[in-house]
Write a protein that binds this ligand. Structure first.
Ligand SMILES: *[C@@H]1O[C@H](CO)[C@@H](O)[C@H](O)[C@H]1NC(C)=O
Ligand SMILES: *[C@@H]1O[C@H](CO)[C@@H](O)[C@H](O)[C@H]1NC(C)=O
Length: 440
């Protein structure tokens, strides 16, 4: 008891002290001279000026005169600045989400690999605010994009599909010269001699669990024909010491390309089956002059340099039939070389390929694709101002990746984990759609 009383008293005294100090301060405040006021203001102003100068970089742009476009996703790509586009139009770009509520944003752009579906700029007024989707990969990491409902939330797209607004089906083709150049190319007799130490086929992958069940196919093919596998998947051969460390970052190294160009064939199986999704696996084989055994893009024929620049799984639809065909080519140099006319005759007969490459040069560079897309959206916003806007939503056609198909059976395999994952993604897609369109 006594102790408690003691404590109360202690607190009481402490409070009195604080009160006294406070009254002293307030008396002093009321007595400040004009001179002091001037000093305090000057110092605060200087601090404020220095602070705004340090944080100034992004704020120097005067927003408001031009349509405002925000890259909602963090990381690549996007900057905060006024961008000048062809036909003398301009848009103000913002990268920093903190400004979301300060400015009247007219369009949001999303780089799909960095989308977080639980963090979207909502609520959205779909009639006033455009959404743009930029994606260059298969839906491996953003499986929601396998579903049209999610695609339809966006108005415009930049994807590998030739039907998207800013298409880049040849994103991995560096130049047309790469196709015909014989820099890495080894003549057939040299490759034949090398069969003493090498298998006829090269396999080099380190991503072993794919929607296309790549490894399942290769494992089966290995039963009929020898394959050298250097990567983490189905590994059966050591890479030379100099390439062992960090080979994934040296895939375009001259020595490395000279090493792998000694093979007659290379397995080029994409990790996803999408229309016009053709990756460096395919183009690297074309560049070095080994014949790709290809599965992936359903429209690959449209991009082959010549009619026979690849051996397609769909033409030899079982590992046995594929191996029979490969053996036939191994025994007949003329037949084998029919697949290499881009090197032996330095010819490219596919006009579509040449036209696509020449008319859309931007597609080799991901940043240029982003700029193109930015200006495309900017243009749409300006059109909008003068009432020329036509309603548009992204559809399957602009990013066509069907349900995972197995390389082995060329059909959907219901026991493939990726098919299950597809179903789960469909549920998530439905929920996201409802949330964005306010149905929930
Ligand atoms: C490919 O072959 C078809 C006939 O099979 C022919 O009509 C077409 O012109 C050829 N295309 C190329 C690019 O050589
Ligand atoms: C943009 O997309 C939304 C959502 O799909 C749609 O409701 C809206 O009509 C589209 N706007 C334009 C201008 O195309």
């Amino acid at each position: 008891m006594i102790e408690k009383q003691f404590l109360y008293k202690y607190y009481y005294l402490k409070m009195c002290r604080v009160f006294k100090i406070w009254t002293k301060i307030s008396k002093r405040i009321f007595k400040v001279t004009l001179n002091e006021v001037a000093w305090i203001s000057a110092i605060s102003l200087t601090i404020l000026l220095i602070w705004t100068w340090i944080n100034g970089e992004t704020k120097v742009i005067k927003y408001g005169d031009n349509p405002v476009i925000m890259w909602w996703t963090s990381g690549f790509p996007g900057t905060s600045e006024t961008i000048h586009c062809p036909n003398n139009i301009k848009c103000d770009f913002i990268k920093d989400k903190n400004y979301n509520e300060i400015f009247n944003v007219n369009a949001y752009l999303f780089y799909a690999s960095n989308i977080k579906f639980d963090d979207l700029p909502l609520p959205r007024n779909p009639n006033k605010i455009l959404w743009g989707l930029y994606h260059e990969e298969s839906p491996r990491n953003v499986e929601e994009l396998l579903h049209e409902k999610i695609l339809s939330l966006f108005n415009y797209s930049a994807t590998f599909s030739r039907y998207s607004d800013i298409p880049f089906p040849l994103q991995y083709l560096e130049s047309l010269q790469d196709i015909t150049s014989t820099k890495y190319f080894k003549p057939t007799r040299v490759k034949t001699k090398l069969l003493n130490e090498l298998s006829p086929i090269l396999y080099l992958q380190s991503d072993c669990e794919t929607a296309t069940e790549r490894d399942t196919y290769v494992k089966e093919l290995m039963k009929f024909i020898e394959i050298d596998s250097y990567g983490a998947c189905l590994n059966n051969k050591e890479m030379p010491m100099k390439f062992q460390e960090d080979y994934l970052n040296n895939l375009n190294d001259d020595d490395f390309l000279n090493y792998i160009s000694r093979y007659k064939f290379v397995l080029a199986i994409e990790n996803g089956v999408c229309e016009d999704y053709v990756t460096e696996k395919f183009w690297r084989a074309i560049k070095i002059g080994t014949v790709p055994i290809y599965f992936g893009s359903t429209t690959i024929r449209d991009w082959l340099p010549n009619n026979k620049s690849a051996i397609l799984l769909e033409d030899f639809p079982t590992p046995k039939r594929m191996s029979d065909h490969l053996k036939k080519l191994l025994n007949n140099d003329n037949l084998y070389e029919e697949y290499l006319t881009h090197k032996t005759k330095e010819e490219i007969t596919n006009k579509r390929l040449i036209d696509e490459f020449k008319t859309r040069q931007y597609q080799r560079d991901a940043l240029e694709v982003a700029s193109k897309f930015e200006c495309f959206i900017c243009e749409k916003l300006h059109d909008n101002n003068v009432g020329m806007q036509v309603k548009r939503v992204v559809s399957k056609k602009h990013y066509n990746c069907p349900k995972p198909i197995s390389a082995l059976t060329l059909q959907v395999n219901p026991s493939n984990d990726w098919v299950y994952s597809w179903e789960m993604a469909k549920k998530r897609a439905d929920d996201i759609y409802d949330k964005v369109t306010n149905l929930k």
